[in-house]
Design a protein around this ligand. Sequence first.
Ligand code: ZN
Length: 304
Amino acid sequence: MKKRAIAVLCTGIVLLQLTGCSGFKSFFMLNADTTLEVSTSETEKTPVGAPDLSPKENDSQTTSSGESSSAATTRESASAPTTESETTSVVRPETTTAQTATTAADPSVPQPSTAGNATGLTSRGYTIREVDGITYVDGVMIVNKTYSIPSSYSPGDLTDECRAAFRELQDAAASEAGLSMYVVSGYRSYSTQDGLYNRYVARDGQAEADTYSARPGHSEHQTGLAIDVNSVTYAFADTAEGQWLAANAHRFGFIIRYPKGKQEITGYAYEPWHIRFVGKALAPLVYDSGLCLEEYFGITSVYA
Ligand SMILES: [Zn+2]
């Protein structure tokens, strides 16, 4: 952590000196929830989307402290990473089968997970159902540290509904506030997440990696329902775009998934850039409640 604190205060040039890099100005911003962002200095001509994931390169660039870094100031020079691209065909869960069973199980008694059957109630009384290895609470797909999705689950991109909702958000941000909102990280496959997470573990150790990176099968990005917006930096929260997103995302069916001050409940540090599509009915309710999704539903986010 000391190395990081130092790095945060340094300029990109100093960082290069610290890391002993020569002639290599690409460096990385940590996406606290698992993205590895590629940032480049103004003079860098390295192709976007060709991240060098060397732990040595990453080490002094990480900013989990919540402070802006030199990478944050130069991040805008790099466009969205292309590591999201997946060609996997769309596979959607058969959610209709989940509607057939309504028997509420006693949450204090472990229940076998039967596809389509209610598997219990949350602490706030919402129905938990598991369908094809995917957990739905009150009909909403849940992916966090407690609930995983199968490695085979791969919508291949943002879902149509999520993408359409984000377009609405973009249009509103532009017309209402003259702001440009865009996706820097959307869908990520299980295998992409597996690679990212294991690199973070190799670099920082599992305990620390778990505070900002989801284990494979536990990332919301695998659902095609999560988007990292504009800038994967803590400084984003204080930008006009970040503030607009926080105040308006719910109108379009999104929530700030990992709010400030909720790390012990969501399992992840504050991420002002990460939004999760939960639908236009639920998002305003969660927003108005002031609760994170785990609190709202009464579920946990803890690895077994
Ligand atoms: Zn994210």
